[in-house]
Design a protein around this ligand. Structure first.
Ligand code: GLC
Length: 654
């Protein structure tokens, strides 16, 4: 809806700037006018009651204008290049890797020298785990930020980052960074001023003089780290107040009911955008709004805030896509893509954490039915948005998918999860997985799972046994898990170290600043002698690296694997085989994954359910052509094997 008064207000503000709305900045101006009504409506929903509403509204408009005027020319050009009929980030040509700069190669400067390594593997999106200033011993892996605009000395400087970003941009690579939106470190200048008693900054957080309100909140708020950081509030002796700390005690939750907090953090978002960030990972967005009597997660106002951020970014820095790191149940995750008028106008990306966890579920049970039951919700993702698909990341694996999916597969949810926890913590006889339980809640027995991809797939165990068959089996599992996330639809995000099979690193136990958090077991320190073995045929590193490389190359050659929300799951013909079809028009391709340690038989009928039955199929994995047989005959997948099959025409069509 167009509003004349908003148009006038914006024009007046722009007249005080060098912006030329009729010439070079005309598309910025069009975007501004097109989004103005939405921005105002969303801002009003959150802050209309604030006594200084008009003041903050003007501040917001000015922040948007300022961000645009600060945008470097190269990024303005890149914004234009990214404008395509379909979103740039849906492309099958993108592949990412998440890494800790210091643990990967020391610092940002060294990372520039590693760009050929990523290229060789086929990675062109780099997610640098938090690099902004964070107290060394209270950092939660960098997710406790004490200065949003200063790179931590450990990693380098802003200039180093800019240099890296420039080289990456020249080499058609993309940069992803985090904005830790929900909280700051207790060492952030706002927190320091709050500790000193400055009311203005105490209002940046949820601070209370006694336990009365904290108790009301605590009554309905779950605990995130029940073992290492129980409760949701911490007593601050300096100012004699209780402050909300949902994560660790040194991470203070920001109070977004205060418009000043919102605007200050939006300006940090713009600062990152203007550094050349292509994908901004919004950390923990499910938590950003709190209300007494609720879980304080996934509240409607959290979505309003995200939609508001999206609209502002669309106006000032449109080339930056937003990834919402909401690790929540399937029905809830859909809402992060936006609903109603805002469908596909909230987060551009979300993690497909449900699919990731369900792949681990299927691997432990050799049964894909729970995975299939959950897809009903996941396939509803709107066109124009995408998933981050992955098997491992720096965090634990949560088993938070719906009980109902487990029941539909015929299992009891409690027993089923107990089995999975035992399986991955190596607590059952039939398990080769070597992981550990993370954040066990003594009250509910809920727990998540830590461990590297390789250790959870049995490589650590196989190496200890020096058993070649087990090693081969573990590698087959690793590749099958990865391949499913490469072909599913979305941007695959590898986790550093997995490309050469790092097993768990237990040295974190000797470091008192890390020993309380077993997620460090799967955050390796890269040993480049080990990684260089990728060049020596016959080594485990070489096998995993080259197979990963090959799978990524296959993905890059097949535009049908772009995320056009074009997935159809095959009806289950065999409980061990997960299968889906990706299609565009009449073109299609089938991906199949065998989660069993035996060969799996799939009736040829599986390929005849959708559209014309193909006569022959070409398998991109082993380059073989198969003749589609009768319904009572079978296509056979090896143990933990996979296939990527496209209809094959002997005679090219005229
Ligand atoms: C996110 C991060 C996690 C961190 C938490 C608190 O979930 O991925 O590592 O502990 O936020 O910032």
């Amino acid at each position: 809806m167009y509003k004349n008064n908003l148009h006038k207000q914006i024009v007046e503000l722009l007249q005080q700037t060098p912006i030329n709305i009729s010439k070079k900045d005309s598309s910025f101006f069009s975007r501004f006018i097109a989004n103005a009504t939405a921005i105002e409506a969303l801002f009003k929903q959150l802050y209309a009651q604030n006594s200084q509403y008009s003041f903050y509204w003007k501040e917001l408009l000015q922040s948007i204008i300022h961000a645009y005027t600060q945008r470097p020319l190269t990024l303005l050009e890149r914004d234009e290049q990214k404008e395509q009929p379909t979103q740039w980030f849906l492309s099958n040509e993108l592949v990412g890797m998440s890494l800790y700069v210091d643990r990967f190669c020391g610092n940002i400067n060294n990372l520039e020298n590693k760009l050929p390594y990523f290229k060789e593997l086929g990675v062109n999106v780099l997610h640098l785990m938090p690099i902004f200033e964070s107290p060394l011993h209270e950092s939660d892996g960098g997710y406790a930020v004490s200065n949003f605009r200063k790179i931590d000395n450990r990693f380098g400087t802003l200039q180093d980052l800019q240099k890296l970003q420039n080289s990456m941009q020249q080499q058609q690579m993309y940069l992803m960074l985090d904005i830790v939106l929900n909280h700051t470190s207790h060492q952030h200048e706002w927190a320091i001023k709050a500790k000193k008693g400055e009311k203005k900054y105490q209002d940046f957080y949820y601070m209370f003089p006694n336990r009365q309100i904290p108790d009301l909140f605590d009554a309905s708020m779950p605990e995130i780290f029940p073992e290492s950081a129980p409760g949701n509030f911490t007593y601050v002796t300096d100012c004699n107040q209780w402050v909300m700390t949902v994560f660790h005690q040194y991470q203070w939750d920001l109070n977004y009911k205060n418009p000043e907090v919102f605007i200050a953090m939006l300006e940090n978002i713009f600062f990152y955008a203007n550094l050349g960030v292509d994908i901004l990972r919004i950390d923990a967005p499910a938590f950003i709004w709190k209300e007494i009597g609720t879980t304080c997660q996934n509240l409607p106002q959290a979505h309003t805030l995200l939609q508001l951020i999206k609209c502002c970014v669309e106006v000032a820095t449109p080339g930056m896509a937003l990834l919402g790191e909401a690790i929540v149940a399937p029905k809830k995750i859909m809402q992060y893509f936006g609903t109603g008028l805002y469908e596909a106008h909230e987060c551009d990306f979300a993690y497909n954490a449900t699919q990731m966890a369900l792949q681990w579920d299927a691997l432990a049970t050799q049964d894909v039915r729970v995975m299939l039951a959950a897809q009903e919700d996941l396939v509803k993702k709107p066109f124009g948005t995408s998933w981050i698909t992955y098997t491992r990341c720096h965090d634990d694996i949560g088993l938070g998918y719906e009980d109902n999916s487990i029941r539909k597969a015929g299992y009891n949810p409690y027993e089923h999860r107990r089995y999975l926890k035992n399986y991955y913590s190596g607590n059952t006889d039939n398990s080769t997985a070597r992981g550990a339980l993370f954040s066990v809640n003594p009250k509910t027995q809920d727990a998540r799972i830590s461990g590297t991809l390789a250790s959870l797939c049995g490589l650590e165990f196989a190496l200890a046994q020096q058993n070649e068959n087990f090693i081969e089996m573990a590698i087959a599992k690793i590749m099958m898990m990865q391949a499913q996330s490469f072909f599913l639809g979305g941007l695959p995000m590898l986790f550093y170290g997995d490309e050469v099979g790092y097993t768990n690193d237990y040295s974190y136990l000797n470091d008192p600043t890390k020993s309380y958090d077993n997620r460090w077991m799967h955050r390796p320190i890269i040993d480049w002698n080990k990684n260089d073995r990728k060049n020596i045929p016959g080594t485990i590193e070489n096998t995993i690296f080259t197979q990963t490389q090959k799978l990524l190359q296959i993905r890059k050659n097949l535009p049908i694997l772009s995320d056009y929300s074009n997935i159809t799951w095959l009806t289950p013909h065999n409980i061990h085989v997960a299968g889906f079809m990706r299609s565009v028009g009449l073109e299609r391709i089938y991906a199949l994954f065998n989660y069993s340690n035996n060969a799996a038989y799939l009736t040829w009928y599986a390929f005849k359910e959708h559209g014309d039955a193909p006569k022959k199929l070409y398998n991109y994995i082993n380059q073989q052509v198969y003749t589609v047989g009768a319904d009572y005959e079978y296509f056979i997948l090896p143990p933990y094997g996979m296939a990527l099959l496209a209809p094959w025409l002997d005679v090219p069509l005229n």
